[in-house]
Design a protein around this ligand. Structure first.
Ligand code: ADP
Ligand code: MP5
Length: 270
């Protein structure tokens, strides 16, 4: 009897230091037992201290990779991370329109170091053309502010932003992440009808490089297994919290999340 192998695809930029981007996504897929595949948008020279250089792949090469997947591989859930410019967004949007698996968007705009990862004029295109295709979008506070065009300073503002991103911008669901607030790490998910809250104690650490990538990749991996959206977010929150709790002091800057210590802790919950 053949068993369905859950397959997750990430479309994103790279991080040679292994903490964020494609590398974080593939590590997360692997730990959560989803077969990982990747389409690279940009090669980014970066590490725990920041971004040193960026090379965007030619559009033809992006299309070729998307075709390689479509012509041969099953996809049960797909996520996007860094998509640097409008032309890439346009091609990826066309590909996603023909995709039936759930689409998770991490609307990556700047690296944690503050270095920009998308061109300013591409933000509007992302809002207007890719957001409506999502099953869920996972902005942090600055990204949510950029999408709605308003400041977010309170928990109430976070909830309003989640609602607005679904009702006014057409996302399937919106998860506003509170990593950039103070106190407990609280995230709000609006799924179109209900507001859900996920919270954890804040871990006192500077090692949070790649937390957003890890979180959205974990949601993708659970969706690829057929886990319903709200449960997928709850499980992914447990995963990212453990990954931050066990994060490493590697490199001179903001160190990466720890995937292998997390595996045992998260599977212990289940
Ligand atoms: N120091 C921390 N301790 C515990 N959870 C955190 C911490 N920093 C961020 N988180 C959580 O990690 C996830 C990623 O959030 P965030 O840092 O806001 O995203 P991003 O990496 O996109 O900026 C969220 O669930 C957030 O609540
Ligand atoms: C290629 C790439 N994509 C995304 C991020 C953001 O990472 P974080 O999860 O720390 O916000 C990054 N630094 N590099």
């Amino acid at each position: 009897m053949s068993r369905r192998i859950p397959c997750s695809l990430t479309i994103a930029g790279t991080d040679p230091s292994g903490g964020a981007g494609i590398q974080a996504d593939l590590k997360t897929f692997q730990e959560l037992k989803s077969y990982g595949m990747s389409v690279i948008t940009s090669v980014v020279a970066q590490n725990t201290t920041g971004v040193q250089d960026i090379h965007h792949l030619p559009i033809g090469m992006l299309e070729a990779q998307l075709d390689s997947i479509r012509s041969d591989m099953p996809v049960h859930a797909v996520k996007t991370g860094m998509i640097a410019n409008r032309e890439m967004m346009k091609r990826i949007g066309e590909w996603l329109k023909d995709e039936s698996s759930p689409y998770v968007m991490d609307p990556v705009m700047v690296a944690q170091s503050g270095d920009p990862l998308i061109q300013p004029e591409a933000r509007q295109f992302l809002r207007e053309n890719l957001l409506p295709l999502t099953a869920i979008v996972t902005p942090n506070i600055p990204e949510a502010e950029d999408i709605i065009g308003e400041k977010i300073t309170t928990l109430e503002d976070m909830k309003l932003a989640a609602e607005s991103i679904v009702k006014s911008f057409g996302a399937g669901a919106a998860l506003i992440k509170g990593g950039h607030m103070e106190g407990e790490a609280i995230d709000y998910l609006f799924d179109g009808t209900t507001m859900h809250v996920f919270s954890s104690d804040r871990v006192e650490t500077k090692n949070t490089h790649g937390t957003g990538c890890t979180y959205s990749a974990a949601i993708t991996a659970y969706l690829s297994q057929g886990v319903p959206l709200v449960d997928a977010v709850e499980k992914a929150k447990n995963y990212v919290t453990a990954a931050i709790r066990h994060s490493f002091s590697l490199g001179k800057g903001s160190g990466p999340t720890n995937h292998w210590a997390t595996r045992e802790e998260v599977f212990h919950y289940e």
